[in-house]
Design a binder for this molecule. Structure first.
Ligand code: NDP
Length: 434
C-alpha cells in the first residue's frame, strides 16, 4: 500500500489473490526464496501518456492514456483497453493484475496487461471518437506488436474503436499486422465468436458449475447486470440453454421483463442505437418495466451474472440474492462482487464463479484470433465456438481439481487463484531474475 498509494482497486485485487496462496507457498518454498510474489506485483512496464485531440467545436481536449504491461513470462502482454471516465492507474493495475492469472488459466501462451483512458465516449460524435482513438494510438503504437503487446476491447471499446486504432497503427507503421489487436471486424482480420465469447464463456462456465452439482440451466431464472458486450451475449447463451433471462441494466437503471428478454430488441437498442436501457421497456410492451431506484439484485433469480463493472454487487445485494434463493453467481465482469459479498455467497453454499475463470472466454478467443491471424486463416463459427466451449470446460476442471487438491472442493476462487498463479510462478523462476 505504501509503494502504490491511492490504488484501492489494485490493493483489493492483490489481497484477493494472495489470501488464497498460503498453502501453495508452504508446499513451494522456492516461490518465497525467488521473491515471486514481489515480482508478480510489480508491472514489468507502465506507460502513462497525454492524449490530445480536437472536439467538434475545435476545442483542444486532453485525456490521460495508460498501458500497464504486467507480465510477459507466458507470452506477449494481452488484455483490453477501457475508455471510461472512472479510469485511473489503480483500475488499470487491478485489471492487468487479474489478467495475468486469467490468461494463465486459459492454457494459451499469453501474458497479462491492460490499458485505457479516462476519455468518456458517451455523447461524443463519430468524428470525435475517431480522432480520440487515432491520437491514443499515435502514442501507444510504439509499445505494441504481435510478439510484444496485443490489446483488445473492454468497457467503452468495441469493434468501432478497435477499427480506428487498427487503422492508425497500420498507417503509422506501414504494416498490415493483424495480430497486433484483437476484437477486429470480420472482414479485416477478426474472428467469429470473439464478440460473443466473454458472455458465452461465462454461461458455459456456469453450466459446468451446475453440472458439478447435478443440475442444469434449463428453466432457471437468470438476471444479468449491464447491457454491453458481455451482458448481451451472456443473456443470449443462457436463453439458448433454456434459461429465462428476466433482467438487465445500464448505469441509468434496470429493466425487468417477466416474459424473458427479447434479444433482438435489446441488441437494436444497445448495439445499434446506443440508447439508454429505458428505451427497451418503452418499446417492449407490458411485460417489461424500467426502474431507476433500488438494485437489479433485488430481482429474484436462480442465477445472477454480474456483467457490468467492478464492485457492483456488495454484501447487502448478496444477502438479498441469498434470501431470494439464488443458486449460482458467476462473474462476467472483472471483480464485480465485493470481497464480503463473495464470502457471504460462499458461506451460503451458492456456487460462485470468479471472474478470472468465468470471464476468461473473451481473452481465450482473442488468442484464437491471434492463431488465425498468424496462420492467415479463418475458422467457421461452429468450430470456433466449440474451441471456446472446450476451453471453458478445461478451465472449470482445472479450478475444480485444484480446489479439491488443496482440500476445499467447490471453492472456485481458491482453485482459480492457485491454478493461475502456479503456472506463472514456475515460469517466473524458469526465466531467471529478469
Ligand atoms: P461495455 O462497455 O460493452 O458494457 C458495459 C456495461 O456495463 C454497460 O451496460 C454499462 O452501462 C454498464 N456499466 C459500466 N460501468 C458502470 C457503472 N459504473 N455502473 C453501472 N453500470 C455500468 O463493456 P463490456 O461488456 O465489454 O465489459 C463489462 C465487464 O466485463 C467489465 O468489467 C470488463 O472488464 C469485463 N470483461 C469484458 C471482456 C470483453 O471481452 N469485453 C472480457 C472479460 C471481462 P452504461 O452504458 O450506462 O455505462
Amino acid at each position: 500500500v505504501r509503494r502504490n498509494p491511492g490504488e484501492a482497486e489494485f490493493h483489493q485485487a492483490v489481497k484477493e489473490v494472495f489470501e488464497s496462496l498460503s498453502p501453495v507457498l508452504k508446499r513451494n518454498p522456492q516461490y518465497v526464496d525467488a521473491a515471486v510474489l514481489e515480482r508478480i506485483c510489480e508491472p514489468e512496464r507502465q506507460i502513462i501518456f497525454r492524449v490530445p485531440w480536437m472536439d467538434d467545436e475545435n476545442n483542444v481536449q486532453i485525456n490521460r492514456g495508460f498501458r500497464v504491461e504486467f507480465s510477459s513470462v507466458l507470452g506477449p502482454y494481452k488484455g483490453g483497453l477501457r475508455f471510461h471516465p472512472s479510469v485511473y492507474l489503480g483500475i488499470i493495475k487491478f485489471l492487468g493484475f487479474e489478467q495475468i492469472f486469467k490468461n494463465s488459466l486459459t492454457g494459451m501462451p499469453i501474458g497479462g496487461g491492460k490499458g485505457g483512458s479516462d476519455f468518456d465516449p458517451r455523447g461524443r460524435s463519430e468524428g470525435e471518437i475517431m480522432r480520440f482513438c487515432q491520437s491514443f494510438m499515435t502514442e501507444l503504437y510504439r509499445h505494441l506488436g504481435e510478439y510484444t503487446d496485443v490489446p483488445a476491447g473492454d468497457i467503452g471499446v468495441g469493434g468501432r474503436e478497435i477499427g480506428y486504432m487498427f487503422g492508425q497503427y497500420k498507417r503509422i507503421t506501414n504494416r498490415y499486422e493483424s495480430g497486433v489487436l484483437t476484437g477486429k471486424g470480420l472482414t479485416w482480420g477478426g474472428s467469429l465468436v470473439r464478440t460473443e465469447a466473454t458472455g458465452f464463456g461465462t454461461v458455459f462456465f456456469t453450466e459446468e458449475m451446475a453440472k458439478a452439482r447435478g443440475e442444469s440451466l434449463d428453466g432457471r431464472r437468470v438476471v444479468v447486470s449491464g447491457s454491453g458486450n458481455v451482458a448481451i451475449y451472456a443473456a443470449e447463451k443462457a436463453t439458448e440453454l433454456g434459461a429465462k433471462v428476466v433482467g438487465c441494466s445500464d448505469s441509468s437503471g434496470f429493466i425487468v421483463d417477466e416474459e424473458g428478454l427479447d434479444l433482438d430488441l435489446l441488441k437494436q437498442v444497445k448495439e445499434v442505437e446506443r440508447a439508454r436501457i429505458v428505451e427497451y421497456a418503452n418499446r417492449r410492451g407490458s411485460s417489461a418495466t424500467f426502474s431507476d431506484t433500488g438494485s437489479i439484485w433485488d430481482v429474484p433469480c436462480d442465477v445472477a451474472l454480474p456483467c457490468a463493472t467492478q464492485n457492483e454487487l456488495n454484501a447487502e445485494h448478496a444477502r438479498t440474492l441469498i434470501k431470494n434463493g439464488v443458486k449460482a453467481v458467476s462473474e462476467g465482469a472483472n471483480m464485480p462482487c465485493t470481497p464480503d459479498a463473495v464470502a457471504l455467497l460462499q458461506e451460503a453454499g451458492v456456487a460462485f464463479g470468479p471472474g478470472k475463470a468465468a470471464n476468461a472466454g473473451g481473452v481465450a478467443t482473442s488468442a484464437l484470433e491471434m492463431q488465425q491471424n498468424a496462420s492467415r486463416d479463418s475458422w467457421d463459427f461452429e468450430y470456433t465456438e466449440q474451441r471456446l466451449h472446450n476451453i471453458m470446460i478445461d478451465i472449470h476442471e482445472r479450478c475444480a481439481e485444484t480446489a479439491e487438491e488443496y482440500g476445499t472442493p467447490g471453492n472456485y476462487v481458491l482453485g482459480a487463484n492457485i491454478a493461475g498463479f502456479t503456472k506463472v510462478a514456475d515460469a517466473v523462476i524458469a526465466l531467471g531474475v529478469i
